[in-house]
Design a protein around this ligand. Structure first.
Ligand code: FES
Length: 88
C-alpha cells in the first residue's frame, strides 16, 4: 500500500492510502478530490500534476510534460508519493 500526499487542497496537505492499481486521477476521485480532466487517455493535458517526491509508472502520454509533471489519468504510484495540484 502506498501513501499519496496531496499538497494544496485548500492550502493543506491531505494523505490517501492506495494499492497502486488505479490511476492517480481515479484514486483522487475515490477520495472526493476532483481534478480538472477530460479525456482520461493522456491526450488533453488537463490533469497535469506536479510530482514532488516518489516514483510513478506512466502510461501513454501525448502531451509535452515539463520536468516533474505527470498526468494523473496515466500515472500510478510505485512508491509513496507527494503531488501538487496546479493552481490555474
Ligand atoms: S484527462 Fe486528459 S490527459 Fe489526463
Amino acid at each position: 500500500m502506498f501513501k499519496i500526499d496531496v499538497d494544496n487542497i485548500n492550502g493543506k496537505t491531505e494523505s490517501l492510502y492506495v494499492f497502486g492499481k488505479q490511476s492517480i486521477l481515479t484514486e483522487l476521485e475515490d477520495n472526493q478530490i476532483i481534478l480538472n480532466h477530460s479525456c482520461r487517455q493522456g491526450h488533453c493535458g488537463l490533469c497535469i500534476l506536479q510530482l514532488l517526491s516518489g516514483d510513478v509508472i506512466h502510461q501513454d502520454c501525448l502531451v509535452p510534460l515539463s520536468q516533474g509533471e505527470i498526468l494523473a489519468c496515466q500515472a500510478r504510484p510505485l512508491s509513496d508519493i507527494k503531488i501538487g495540484i496546479r493552481n490555474f
